[in-house]
Write a protein that binds this ligand. Structure first.
Ligand code: IMP
Length: 178
């Protein structure tokens, strides 16, 4: 695979689409086993988790629903530290097994806000499922039950992840070339 150019930046191949599909299937199998015979409400985090959530749900064999919320904490390649909830949750989480599906956890600020908002609504259980974790900056404020890949602290795009809105459509993940 070759490098790709998105706007002013060059990215090199990092995680292949085959590896991603294996990871997604492995996580789904764990969830299927952990919640056997129970109903689950998945909450996908827009925009980044739309592909991961779609692929994950195809492997889930439980009785389930999915709902999406939209929050943003990033502009360009550095965190602004601002969290804005743009699309709220219409589905009640009270008394339900809830799994939040996130594309990537970096500082943890986004997932922390989400976790505490949902926890206040008294779900029966609440877990986080993230495809990617950057552990170097993560503050460990919230337990992450399902993690696909732990990676170093470099900026990545593809498979739902963007650089300035671009690159979400790429089937594999690319890493910023320094
Ligand atoms: P956190 O709040 O610092 O954990 O940031 C999480 C959010 O930042 C994710 O949902 C992404 O939208 C974005 N993000 C963090 N790292 C990257 C990256 O390497 N590429 C693209 N988006 C990222």
């Amino acid at each position: 695979m070759n490098t790709i150019q998105i706007k002013n930046l060059t990215f090199k191949p990092y995680i292949t689409k085959e590896t991603l599909q294996t990871t997604v299937k492995t996580i789904a199998e764990r969830i299927n086993a952990d919640y056997r015979d129970q109903e689950v409400l998945f909450i996908g985090m827009l925009n980044g988790a739309f592909i991961f959530a779609a692929d994950l749900l195809k492997h889930i064999n439980l009785t389930c629903k999915i709902s999406f919320v939209k929050m943003a904490s990033y502009e360009g390649t550095t965190s602004t530290g601002e969290i804005k909830e743009i699309i709220g949750l219409n589905e009640s989480v009270k008394g339900k097994h809830v799994i939040v599906v996130e594309d990537i956890v970096d500082t943890g600020l986004t997932i922390q806000t989400m976790y505490h908002t949902l926890q206040a609504q008294q779900p029966l259980s609440l877990e986080i499922c993230t495809l990617i974790l950057k552990p170097e900056k993560y503050d460990n404020s919230v337990p992450l039950k399902y993690v696909g890949h732990s990676i170093s602290n470099e900026f990545i795009v593809g498979y739902g992840l963007d650089y300035d809105g671009y690159g979400r459509n790429i089937a594999s993940i690319y890493q910023l070339q320094e």
